[in-house]
Design a protein around this ligand. Structure first.
Ligand code: ADP
Ligand code: MG
Length: 899
């Protein structure tokens, strides 16, 4: 399939070079030399009106004079001429363009205008695809296609490399040569005015030559496309990303703790994580990581076993490991016994396994083998220092052998220089990465651990947490937001908590008390002990001005507190408008931790959720993790697990654990609020008290962007991920005494989905999947239940039994192509419900959704003997093509014509 029409760029047969020059050192000259010198088998047309020939090749004056239309035009002219050439290429019907010239956005306003003009021309030729401008070009080693000014064509292989920066791209390629790494394609996207990461990930995702993708990212312009494409690809093939560090652009203007704590780079990190990518932080790690992943050497957990012939480096590695949140594996009794038997009595008797300086390679190999075999060890780091008795090369050979016997990754650090070099080559040859220091090795290990967890998060089935929304969210919002317009940007604690409460998050709701009498009355009504806080639209940090008095136990205390607060606030912030105090219940959650839970709108990725250690020191410790709404149980939990305070949440040294279910529920509820509210710029619950007895929001603040109005046509434009499409949940229909609801599938459905398949006959399964589909594994099931609603939707038919148990009795699935034009449709109905036209109803429901999505065509497949399906499709006006050899029947229907 020609995904996004990109074949013209990666598989061209004829290439026009616009702007070649007789100077072999110019961009155009270099590209021509590379193209011709690399052995490309297609046709190259140099174009330059001023020359008859360049480098002994005949030159054409312009595009019109070419004997045939090229698939690809490469433009290397000065920037101001580019737009005209783009228009000419479009007019000549050339489908692919690579603009290598620089002098665009990267140079300022004039350059930006040039890009706009190009895009205006491009708009007239919607099929035309453009790479660049300001890019290094494209290399496809297998076709010996080198349209770039990179001096060497890399080896052919299975890694696709997409780089934003040209310069970095070439150095990575150069390095790859040294490391003997091959590529399926290299593409430098430059300013990416048209073709971007998302398109390329889709393209390489479909390319059978590509087994993994490497991304060099500086910034991402279209996060939705990026995340959708990556999530689709990462399921089958790994993506490794290196993101150049950026400054925390927006932190300075933040008006809340959440705003200040969610720096741009953290948001990128969260996006990579949610897409199942492996992020490396050191360019040097890229290939090692790619290699280990390609060999499927992915650790199952973060427990590292360390084997060393010297104590010091073992300690260094341990420190680095602990600092990076990894864990030192605890060796089992069997492993300890095996090591006792094989090692001299002075060995370290624990992990790191110090096998002592006089160890020869045999002893090293025995120790590594024993540690690698321990079920409590996820990976092994072998550290060797030069010692009189040790031959580093022989040691390397011994360790290299073990690597073939185990699934677990083995990493090595042969500490030293010259003496170690031969050993390192041995290790590398066998696919064991070597690191100059134990710290670097540990960092690489942690990258793999992160990657494994990211993939797991992509797959893991969330528990059905009972977040019951009996609330009318639309109504809450309407009423609530109507009241806001009057009050400006920053909502008061009272208003903020009202909204949170409406979403089912427990709060201590304050009452406003402009004077002491009202305050006393409120305190008695609420019931002592209470809390008074200064009430002023101008004071954001209430305790900073002595504006919070806790644990007020009686009227006397209340009067004192009232006076103290007004006095102190007037003194410390005389210009602030004071409106008395607010009165609320003093939270009674013994041993509770102070957490922060918030929402922030990121300029690139849209709304994100933050959770972390809260209270007044929140920003100081900066212990937080970010996630994208919508959250489910699994994702919320993962955010908590990533916190440094996770051990405290789980219960630490005799303290009871926090009620995690309630905490997770609050996060999920907040993520619904975030998804519903594009106008929320920042939201801070700080602190959210989290204890064993539940959770409670005791302070909250919301900042509204008055210019944002929710767009009913695109209610989720502020989100990088499409939330559960609730709009496709149907009313119940009656059928033979069952009430059937159609609704989109969700990850929580996994067990029900499996039950449904289990209740189908072999024939039904065969006619749905056209082979005897092996569905009974978590991996497969999650693929069908955990979907990206931007691209795919599965509608299940659900009934509720007398016992209240829900059951799936059928599913119809729509999978759109990356272009969002054609959609594939497939349907399965359990045997018991066949022959009752459930299939027809479900199909109509799905086709309706396909139309709402704006898709143009629906295709499906069935077998010639499946008369019921054929009748169903015929009745709905599908055209039917039977392949008599395979007895497969392809059906399709145009969705653009009126019914
Ligand atoms: P600030 O504007 O300074 O953030 P807060 O409302 O967060 O003011 O109050 C400061 C601190 O007082 C909180 O961090 C929390 O520890 C405590 N606190 C506030 N409200 C309550 C309450 N209702 N019950 C118990 N403690 C509270
Ligand atoms: Mg606070």
């Amino acid at each position: 399939m020609n995904v996004h029409n990109l074949d013209c760029i990666f598989k061209p047969e004829r290439i026009a070079l616009v702007g070649v020059s007789t100077n072999p050192n110019s961009v155009g000259g270099k590209v021509l030399t590379n193209l011709v010198g690399s052995g490309y088998r297609g046709v190259v047309y140099p174009i330059n009106p001023r020359h008859e020939a360049v480098m002994a090749m005949p030159c054409f004056p312009d595009l019109e004079s070419l004997p045939r239309c090229p698939d690809l035009a490469v433009i290397c002219t000065p920037a101001h001429e580019v737009a005209d050439h783009v228009a000419a290429c479009g007019a000549a019907g050339i489908p692919g363009l690579i603009i290598m010239s620089s002098g665009f956005r990267e140079t300022g306003e004039e350059g930006r205008r040039r890009e706009e003009i190009i895009l205006e021309h491009k708009a007239r030729f919607p099929e035309m695809r453009i790479i660049g401008p300001n890019c290094l070009g494209v290399i496809v080693p297998e076709l010996k296609l080198n349209v770039s000014f990179a001096p060497h064509t890399p080896k052919k292989g299975h890694l696709a490399f997409i780089s934003q920066s040209g310069a970095l791209g070439t150095s990575v390629l150069d390095w790859a040569r040294e490391e003997n790494i091959g590529f399926s394609s290299f593409v430098s996207i430059g300013n990416a005015i048209d073709v971007d990461y998302g398109h390329l990930i889709d393209y390489f995702g479909d390319d059978e030559k590509t087994r993994s993708i490497l991304l060099y990212v500086e910034s991402i312009a279209e996060p939705r496309k990026f995340m959708t494409a990556s999530r689709a690809f990462a399921r089958g093939k790994p993506i490794i990303v290196y993101k150049a560090g950026r400054f925390p652009e927006s932190a300075a203007v933040a008006a809340s703790h959440t705003g200040a704590m969610a720096a741009a780079d953290d948001v990128y990190n969260a996006a990579f994580r949610r897409s199942g990518l492996a992020r490396v932080f050191d360019i040097g790690e890229i290939f090692d990581c790619a290699e280990l992943i390609a060999r499927n050497k992915i650790p199952r957990g973060s427990r590292l076993g360390i084997v060393t012939n010297a104590g010091g480096p073992g300690v260094m590695a341990t420190d680095a490991l602990v600092a990076a949140n990894g864990s030192l594996a605890e060796l089992s009794n069997e492993t300890m016994a095996a090591l006792d038997e094989q090692l001299p009595p002075q060995w370290s008797h624990g992990n790191p396994v110090d096998i002592l300086g006089d160890a020869r390679s045999k002893r090293l190999a025995r120790a590594v083998r024993a540690v690698a075999a321990d079920p409590g060890v996820d990976a092994v780091l072998v550290i060797l220092t030069p010692q009189a008795m040790t031959n580093p090369t022989r040691a390397a050979q011994a360790v290299a052998e073990i690597q073939e016997e185990t699934r677990k990754p083995i990493l090595a650090s042969w500490l030293g220089g010259y003496l170690m070099r031969e050993g390192e080559s041995w290790l590398n040859e066998k696919g064991i990465p070597t690191y100059k220091t134990p710290e670097q090795a540990v960092r690489a290990f942690m990258t793999l651990v992160e990657y494994a967890r990211n993939l797991e998060t992509l797959y893991e089935t969330p528990r059905d947490i009972p977040v019951e929304f009996s609330l009318d969210r639309k109504k809450i919002k309407r009423e609530f937001l109507a009241g806001l317009a009057l009050d400006g940007r920053v909502l008061s604690e009272i208003q903020s908590k009202q909204l949170l409460q409406a979403y089912g998050i427990p709060v201590t709701l304050p009452v406003a008390a402009p004077d002491l009498d009202t305050a006393l009355k409120a305190a008695r009504e609420i019931g002592y002990p209470v809390v008074f806080k200064v009430n002023s639209p101008d004071i954001t940090h209430k305790s900073d001005v002595g504006g919070v008095v806790l644990d007020i136990r009686d009227d006397g205390g209340a009067a004192d507190a009232f006076h103290a607060i007004t006095r102190s606030a007037t003194e410390m912030q005389p210009e602030a408008r004071l409106e008395g105090v607010t009165v609320q219940k003093m939270a009674a959650l013994p041993d509770a931790l102070e957490m922060i839970l918030g929402i922030k709108k990121d300029p690139v990725f849209g709304t994100v959720i933050l959770v972390g250690a809260g209270g007044v020191t929140a920003e100081l410790f900066a212990d937080r993790s970010l996630g994208f709404p919508p959250l489910n149980e699994r994702l919320a939990r993962r955010m908590l697990e990533d916190l440094k305070i996770w051990p405290l949440l789980r219960g630490y040294r005799g303290k009871p654990p926090v009620d995690l279910d309630r905490m997770i529920e609050a996060m999920i509820r907040l993520s619904y609020l975030a998804a519903d509210s594009p106008e929320i710029l920042e939201l801070d619950i700080n602190p959210l008290l989290a204890g064993s007895g539940g959770i409670l929001a005791v302070d909250a603040r919301i900042v509204i962007d008055p210019d944002v109005k929710a767009d009913p046509a695109e209610p989720y434009a502020h989100l990088a991920l499409h939330p559960y499409p609730e709009e496709y949940v149907s009313e119940g229909v009656e059928m033979d005494g069952h009430t059937i609801v159609f609704r989109p599938i969700k990850p929580e459905d996994e067990a029900r989905w499996m039950e449904m398949l289990a209740s189908c006959s072999r024939e039904s399964i065969y006619s749905r999947f056209r082979y005897f589909f092996q569905w009974a594994s978590h991996e497969v099931a999650t693929r069908y239940c955990y979907i990206d609603y931007h691209r795919e939707i599965a509608i299940v038919a659900e009934t509720t039994g007398e016992d209240g148990e829900k059951r799936l009795i059928g599913v119809g699935r729509l999978i759109a192509d990356p272009e969002h034009e054609t959609v594939e449709y497939a349907i399965l109905i359990i045997d018991e419900f066949q022959n009752r036209d459930l299939g027809g109803l479900l199909t109509d429901y799905c086709l309706d959704i396909a139309r709402k999505w704006g898709l143009r065509k629906v295709v499906a497949q069935t077998t010639a003997d499946n008369h019921r399906m054929l009748a169903l499709f015929k009745k709905r006006g599908f055209t039917i093509h039977t392949d008599s050899r395979t007895s497969t029947v392809d059906v399709e229907k145009d969705l653009t014509t009126a019914e």
